[in-house]
Design a protein around this ligand. Structure first.
Ligand code: ADP
Ligand code: G6P
Length: 494
């Protein structure tokens, strides 16, 4: 692909956020989350531009290039957009709905209006920026109306959509009062991608069930299942829309840029372990502070194992790195206070002066530093109630090329489909989490060779299925997809 504006990525966030330091100065820092972690290296390798929000409300910025040469087109959001579109509809309606109602979604008509408004604004920006016949790759749940609006504004564009979070079963999705509009928005794309086959199957099934006001179906799938497209590079299934377009649907498991996370500097790793007091076993959690991540559950499991004597506080520490996230939303405040209360209680009970058993860090850190944390950890704990992929699991595996370490992984994380050699657990069942942690500890001691084989198998999976494979398989399929077929390309009324 050549020329910045013939390949356009559009996501709610730009890859950098304007961050204000304590001394009042502002700097551009990497934005949080797996979407940016995965797409940044892809955009750096392709010549492309990125349309998104720069992380601060009510400010206008001119387009600029990152140090890595990616052209950024900032979209302005007002404080009211931030509340209604971002905190409201995106993160208090869609996020909990798509994560299987871990907390109840709020259905608010004003938030829905804000969501439509902001999707229209993004569409106007992309329509103004994209070159004739450009490929536009729309990202994630914040922008699900964009493919439909863009198709009307710019029928010359090739439009892909990728969902970075789970897609729920139709019986849950159908709660959404604006379900028909959302499905129609997505069906504006030529190709819709999900992380795994079960998410794609949920969407295919849903498309069959949702009808327009006249009772007619808005889409008919030709299959209800798809095969993973990363290996075949063929679109798994299609949905024929009521206006006769054939929209591709596929499963494309996202991954990581293995080079950007390692190898860790052995001196930095040794220094970290020394700072922790040279414990026998270091456990690690790395998450945005989100209620979907099961951080409290892993702390409770750790606490019960200390209480029962199964783990010895003189031998083990848990390091929990938690990136601040969506901090004004009530459920996130609750999650943070529950986590911090548990950390305090566990340290109060089992720590000694200068020797906490839980080392809690509520901040973001550079990837190189995070890489050293992963490399020094004997056991990584990923205990999400539900997660699209959980790239942190893959990042941990990537930093252990020698097969050291062990991974405890939720069976509800997308990564569990590929990392099946992990110690899988059910985070809704504390006994299951405790069992997986103990198995990991015992295996490291008693079955080192088998543990090494498990880690090496996962390392092979991650390194041979990296983010380049994800992006190239999606973009190859998008190049084949042509939902308009023989249509004359006339825009439909908006
Ligand atoms: P999500 O996208 O929901 O945040 P993932 O596990 O898929 O979850 O991706 C999280 C990404 O954020 C990973 O690339 C990880 O390295 C990064 N990350 C998580 N915590 C931190 C942190 N404290 N500092 C820097 N990066 C972080
Ligand atoms: C997840 C979502 C992304 C989002 C990221 C960080 O990875 O899939 O779309 O950008 O979390 O969340 P935030 O609300 O800070 O953008």
């Amino acid at each position: 692909m050549s020329g910045d504006n013939s390949f356009v990525v559009v996501a709610n966030r730009l890859p950098v956020d304007l961050t204000t330091e304590p001394d009042g100065t502002s700097t551009w820092a990497p934005s949080p989350g797996g979407l940016v972690a995965a797409l940044s290296p892809v955009l750096e390798r392709h010549q492309g531009c990125w349309v998104g929000w720069p992380g601060v409300a009510d400010e206008t910025f001119e387009p600029f290039r990152t140090d890595a040469g990616v052209l950024l087109h900032p979209v302005r959001l007002t404080a009211a957009d931030f509340e209604g579109f971002y905190e409201g509809f995106s993160n208090a309606t869609l996020w909990p709905l798509y994560h299987d109602l871990i907390v109840p979604p709020i259905y608010d008509r004003e938030w829905w209006s804000a969501y439509r408004e902001v999707n229209l604004r993004f569409a106007d920006e992309v329509a103004a920026v994209a070159a004739e016949g450009a490929t536009v790759w729309v990202q994630d749940y914040q922008l699900q109306l964009l493919p439909g609006i863009l198709r009307q504004l710019r029928p010359d564009l090739k439009i892909g959509f990728f969902l970075h979070i789970p897609f729920p079963g139709p019986e849950l999705f159908r709660q959404l009062p604006w379900r028909e509009e959302v499905v129609r928005g997505l069906l504006g794309a030529d190709l819709i991608g999900f992380h795994n086959e079960s998410n794609a199957a949920n969407f295919l099934d849903l498309a069959r069930q949702v009808s327009g006001p006249s009772g007619s179906h808005i889409g008919q799938p030709d299959e209800l299942r798809v095969e993973g497209a990363a290996a075949t590079r063929e679109i798994g299934a299609h949905i024929t829309t009521s206006d006769g377009r054939r929209v591709g649907v596929g499963a494309f498991p996202i991954s990581i840029d293995v080079d950007s996370i390692g190898p860790a500097d052995p001196a930095a790793v040794a220094e970290l372990r020394a700072e922790l007091g040279e414990p026998k076993t270091v456990m690690l959690g790395v998450d945005r502070l989100d209620y979907t991540k099961g951080i409290l559950q892993r702390l409770l499991a750790f606490e019960e194992l200390l209480e029962s004597g199964a783990l010895d506080p003189e031998e083990v520490v848990l390091v929990q790195v938690a990136t601040p996230s969506r901090e004004r939303i009530e459920q996130y405040r609750v999650a943070r206070s529950q986590v911090e209360e548990a950390v305090g209680r566990i340290n109060g009970h089992f720590g000694t002066i200068g020797n906490p058993v839980v080392h809690y860090q509520h901040r973001s850190m550079p990837k190189s530093q995070l890489g050293a944390y992963y490399a020094m950890a004997d056991i990584m704990l990923v205990t999400s109630f539900k997660d699209g992929m959980n790239l942190v699991a893959k990042e941990y595996v990537a930093t252990h090329p020698d097969g050291s370490g062990a991974l405890v992984l939720s069976e509800f994380a997308g990564a569990s489909v590929e990392l099946e050699q992990a110690h899988l657990c059910n985070p809704f069942d504390l006994e299951s989490v405790k069992r997986a942690i103990l198995n990991a500890v015992w295996d490291l001691d008693d079955a080192p060779e088998a543990t090494r084989e498990r880690m090496l198998a996962m390392h092979e999976q991650v390194t041979t299925h990296d983010v380049d494979l994800w992006a190239s398989s999606f973009l190859d399929c998008l190049a084949q997809a042509d939902s308009t077929g023989d249509s004359d390309g006339e825009p439909e009324p908006r």
